[in-house]
Design a protein around this ligand. Sequence first.
Ligand SMILES: NC(=O)c1ccc[n+]([C@@H]2O[C@H](COP(=O)([O-])OP(=O)(O)OC[C@H]3O[C@@H](n4cnc5c(N)ncnc54)[C@H](O)[C@@H]3O)[C@@H](O)[C@H]2O)c1
Length: 257
Amino acid sequence: MTAEGIVLVTGGSRGIGAATAALLAGQGRKVVIVDIAPEPLAETQTILWPASFDVASESAVVRGIAEIEATHGPITRLVNAAGVFGKMHKIERVRMEQWDREVNIDLRGTFLVARSVGVKMAERRHGAIVNVASVAGMTSGPIHAYTAAKAGVIQITQTLAAEWGRSGVRVNAVSPGFTRTAALEAGIASGALHKKWLESPTAMNRLVEPIEVAQAIAWLLSPMSSGVTGINLPVDAGYIAGTTWAAYGGLPEAPGT
Ligand SMILES: NC(=O)c1ccc[n+]([C@@H]2O[C@H](COP(=O)([O-])OP(=O)(O)OC[C@H]3O[C@@H](n4cnc5c(N)ncnc54)[C@H](O)[C@@H]3O)[C@@H](O)[C@H]2O)c1
């Protein structure tokens, strides 16, 4: 598979990025992970880019992508999984430094890495990119910068798909629902989030597992989705389908429960 180039996963040391990198490496792909806090993935064949890689820094991204390609070969698949969660605040308390941090990493960072990698893919007439957005970008919540940044990720996914469609590069997004990563578990442990409130609006009454998001990403990177570009695929255990049922008295329980 290495003759096909490499897969680059940003935010690959933890959570959804780590699950995706491990899955793709297990399928025989040469996977390089980058992260602002780089840590190797134990018991996987993934390759850690050892230097800290900040997706929000234009100069660091341009330099880093050039060095990675010089060292490991052309990037033919990209997963933009680096991100930070939104801080929950009443609108009066939104601090603009926090707004800038979330928008800079989640939206600007996704654009910077997609542009650096995608322009080269387009020149080579071959490539696939998946951006990790969120159901938060499709709904509303008291995470003002995060929802706007993720809506922006969904938007730039369409624009980049149109930009490079004639050059053989596909660009898609996945929108995870509440996904059981260490970051989410920490939010539950701190009391900022309540597991029951995260689960009960979903049709399936549960959190999403990181591997389930990884499997959707792997499909969007593979020839199995060769006719698909510019979409945003929710992987949300039915959060979007189920969340409006509260207005009608709630979702039905399974028979016999
Ligand atoms: N877990 C969820 O419930 C959920 C739901 C919807 C969307 N998402 C999105 O999925 C993506 C991954 O989230 P996760 O839950 O796996 O979180 P996570 O914190 O486990 O992983 C995110 C990774 O990104 C890295 N990172 C942070 N800032 C960076 C930067 N500036 N440059 C490079 N790397 C950076 C972190 O070090 C970390 O390894 C994020 O974009 C997040 O918004 C998560």
